[in-house]
Design a protein around this ligand. Structure first.
Ligand code: NIG
Ligand code: FE
Length: 393
C-alpha cells in the first residue's frame, strides 16, 4: 500500500477530471492498496480522509499511467546491424530480412530466447512500459513458433502467435498456410492470447490473412494484424471486416480505409509504429488524418531486430508529436489508454480507482517534456502493480 503526494500534474486518462483528453488533476495525490490496485486519486488537499499511511512526496513532478506497448517482437536471436547499416547507405527495407532472423532464432536455445525476451522487457520497463505485448514470428516452424511463445509468456500474458510473419524459405505458400492454420496453431494456441498476420507485399495476401485469422479465432484467439505497412493493400479493410482489435502500421491508407476504421467507433484501433518508419526511412502514417476522422489511435514500439530495434515509447511519443502532428495530449493518450484499447484491456492505461497501479513518475513537471526533449531519459520511477520496478521514488 502506498500514497503519492506532491504530484504537480497527474494524468489519469479519466475524462471525469477535466474536459481534456488526459483527465489531468493538478496538485494531486494517489493511493494504492496491497494488491497493487489504485483506490483513490484526487486533489492532495483531500487526501487525509482517504489514507492514514505516510505518503511519498514526488516534489511537484508529473505522474502518468505506465506505457502500454501493444506491438513488439521480442523473441529472436542475433541482430541485423549490418542490414541497418546497408539500409542507411541506400538499400531499401523489405520483409525478406525476417528470414535472416529466422535462421538465428532457430539456432538459439530456449534459454537464449528467454534471455533475449527478459533483456528487452527489462529495457522497456525501465523506460516506462508497464504492459507489453510480445509476438512470436521468427521461428516459422511448429516447434520454433511454439517455443517462441513459451519464451514470450515468461514476460507477459499478452502473447501473440505470428506464425504468419513470412513464408519460410523453401516452403510452398499454400503448404505453409495449411501448417499455420493446422498443426502450428494447435501447438501455439495454448500459449497465446492473440493471433496476428503480416498482410503485405512479400508476406501474406488478403485471402491468406483472412483464412489464418479466422482459424485463430476459431481456436479462441483474439485477432490483430499487421496491415498497410509497405504498400496500400486490403489489410485494413480485412481487419475491419473481421473486427480485429487493432490494425498495426497503417502507413499507406486510402480514404476508404480511414472511413472503415472510423466506422468501428474504436473497436478496431489503428496502432501506429513511427519508430519503424524512422528506422526504415519510410513516410510516417498520417496520424492527424486518422484522429480527425474519429479513428482511435495507439502508439507502440514495434521493437524487432529489423525495422525498429527500440523499446522506447517516449521516442514513439516524440515522433507522434513532431513528425506525425499529434498533439502532446493525443500522443501520450495513444501510448497509454490507446495501447490498452488495442489490447482490449480495461485495467491498464489509466489511473482511476480499480485500475492497476502502473505508473511513471517523470523527472519533469509535465508530460509535454516527453515530446519536447526527444531522446532524453526522463523516467524518475516506474511502478507496476504498486511496486517500484525501476528508478526510485
Ligand atoms: O512490424 N512488418 C512485419 N514485421 C516487423 C518487421 C520484422 C523484421 O523486419 O524483422 C514490423 O516492422
Ligand atoms: Fe511488427
Amino acid at each position: 500500500m502506498f500514497a503519492l503526494t506532491g504530484i504537480g500534474k497527474l494524468v489519469t486518462n479519466d475524462p471525469i477530471h477535466d474536459s481534456g483528453l488526459l483527465g489531468v488533476i493538478t496538485d494531486a495525490a494517489l493511493v494504492a492498496d496491497e494488491s497493487g490496485r489504485i483506490t483513490w486519486v484526487g486533489k492532495q488537499q483531500d487526501l487525509t480522509s482517504h489514507t492514514d499511511i505516510r505518503p511519498i512526496d514526488v516534489g511537484g513532478r508529473c505522474v502518468i499511467p505506465g506505457f502500454v506497448d501493444s506491438h513488439t517482437h521480442l523473441v529472436f536471436a542475433g541482430d541485423r546491424a549490418e542490414e541497418f547499416e546497408a539500409r542507411m547507405a541506400g538499400r531499401p527495407y523489405s520483409a525478406g530480412g525476417i528470414r535472416t532472423t529466422m535462421t538465428a532464432t532457430r539456432g538459439a536455445s530456449d534459454d537464449a530466447l528467454r534471455a533475449n525476451v527478459a533483456r528487452l522487457a527489462a529495457e522497456a520497463l525501465a523506460s516506462g512500459t508497464t504492459t507489453i505485448e510480445v509476438k512470436s514470428g521468427y521461428g516459422l516452424s511448429t516447434p520454433d513458433e511454439e517455443r517462441s511463445l513459451v519464451a514470450a509468456r515468461t514476460a507477459t500474458t499478452e502473447t501473440t502467435f505470428l506464425g504468419a510473419h513470412v513464408v519460410p524459405p523453401g516452403v510452398n505458400a499454400d503448404d505453409y498456410v495449411a501448417e499455420v492454420t493446422g498443426p502450428m496453431l494447435e501447438a501455439c494456441a495454448p500459449h497465446a492470447r492473440w493471433i496476428d498476420v503480416f498482410c503485405d507485399r512479400g508476406a501474406f495476401d488478403v485471402d491468406q490473412a483472412r483464412e489464418i485469422l479466422r482459424a485463430g479465432a476459431a481456436k479462441g484467439l483474439d485477432m490483430r494484424m499487421h496491415a498497410n505497412q509497405l504498400q496500400h493493400g486490403g489489410g485494413v479493410a480485412l481487419g475491419v471486416e473481421l473486427g480485429v482489435a487493432s490494425c498495426d502500421h497503417c502507413t499507406h491508407l486510402a480514404d476508404t480505409d480511414i472511413e472503415a476504421l472510423a466506422s468501428t467507433s474504436g473497436s478496431t484501433v489503428a496502432t501506429l509504429l513511427p519508430t519503424a518508419e524512422l528506422c526504415t526511412r519510410s513516410p510516417f502514417p498520417n496520424a492527424r488524418r486518422l484522429i480527425d476522422a474519429g479513428v482511435t489511435v495507439a502508439l507502440a514500439s514495434d521493437c524487432n531486430p529489423g525495422s525498429s530495434y527500440t523499446t522506447s515509447m517516449p521516442l514513439a511519443i516524440s515522433l507522434g508529436v513532431i513528425s506525425m502532428h499529434m498533439t502532446c495530449d493525443e500522443a501520450l493518450w495513444a501510448a497509454t489508454a490507446g495501447g490498452a484499447k488495442a489490447l482490449r484491456r480495461e485495467d491498464v492505461g489509466s489511473l482511476k480507482p480499480g485500475s492497476r497501479a502502473d505508473l511513471v513518475v517523470l523527472n519533469a513537471a509535465s508530460h509535454i517534456h516527453l515530446a519536447y526533449r526527444p531522446g532524453v531519459a526522463q523516467i524518475g520511477a516506474v511502478v507496476r502493480e504498486g511496486r517500484v520496478v525501476a528508478g526510485s521514488l
